[in-house]
Design a protein around this ligand. Sequence first.
Ligand SMILES: Cc1cc2nc3c(=O)[nH]c(=O)nc-3n(C[C@H](O)[C@H](O)[C@H](O)COP(=O)(O)O)c2cc1C
Length: 374
Amino acid sequence: MRTAFTELVGVPHPIVGFNRSPGVVAAVSNAGGFGVLAASAYTPAELDAQLTWIEGQTGGKPYGVDLLVPEKFIPGEPDNLVASLRAQIPAGHLAFVAGLLDRYGIPAAPHRPEHDEIAASLNPGGAAALLDVAFGHPIALIANALGPPPPGLVDRARKQGVAVAALVGQPKHAVRQIEAGVDLLIAQGTEAGGHTGTIATMVLTPEIVDIAAGRPVLAAGGIASGHQMAAALALGAAGVWCGSVWLSSEEDVANQALKAKFLAATSSDTVRSPTRTGKPARQLRSAWHEEWEQPGSPAPLPMPLQPMLVNEAWQRIDAAAKAGHEGALRLESFFVGQVVGSFEQIRPAGEITRQIVADCERRIAELAGQVVHP
Ligand SMILES: Cc1cc2nc3c(=O)[nH]c(=O)nc-3n(C[C@H](O)[C@H](O)[C@H](O)COP(=O)(O)O)c2cc1C
């Protein structure tokens, strides 16, 4: 297939594999798609190691990096960032989370201090350090969610010949991203896993294609099969940006307990909730969400206070769920989109990529065959 996206980044198939696991990124790129590593979960040193590993696996095939630098978040004191932010978390919220873990009997987990305070990308210095690492590698694309590219990113990308992409959930966001100089827009509908707006992919994609005025647009949200990919191309997208489907891959680093919950879930089992990050993000519905919805439960805090409040709790829940702890299995959840209902088995990411592409091509040929020429 040849589209404006395959031409832009130099891959055979217009399908992106977005994931935090370097194994998924390498497998998608090796299968002729375009792997994109979610950098926000990593420290700069970890990101450097992951990108080096991907390059070793893919022998120069194109891949990209995604950052999550929010345009707006609660400010802290630059010299005393973590402590000044932590001081803004109300005691009642801390007591609620501690009480929740107690009620479900969640044991303490080994402490990973570099991960429980604040993601590197959620403070300006941390985001700059991640960008330095990403630009130190031969990336073909850099993407950002949650607002326009951070200062300096577009100029730097131009100098290095790196394409700049941005996720958008509303037409007005697309206008601002084009003004900021992005090369590629990703129209992400509400079906998607992770931070999403409220407009469906079917409605949003053609709106963004119109605004993009010839720039390539990828459709994201609700795409996990070849038929869905064909639909996205029919809407005018130059390709698809898939996130959730890789959670059903062997290479994804999620624990087996979580993968088993995904396999059992239906397309009604997700919820768009701010209780993990402070901004609405689609995730698997679990007892965690029921607890936050109870009368008397506190309202979630803004980003980054909410992740600072709950990150350690999630480290404990994940560790206990992995060990089969009953209470943890009830709470266990992760970001995932409505396509979770279509997961039937855990498969290699390369096989998933090849099947989506082959089914898409077959579907397009079938549709072309249905056109009747008088
Ligand atoms: C587990 C998970 C984590 C995500 N984290 C991010 C992120 O850090 N940055 C980002 O730009 N998008 C993130 N997203 C959204 C994806 O980039 C993508 O737009 C979305 O998954 C597409 O819809 P789908 O989930 O229906 O495939 C995440 C999605 C999932 C499923």
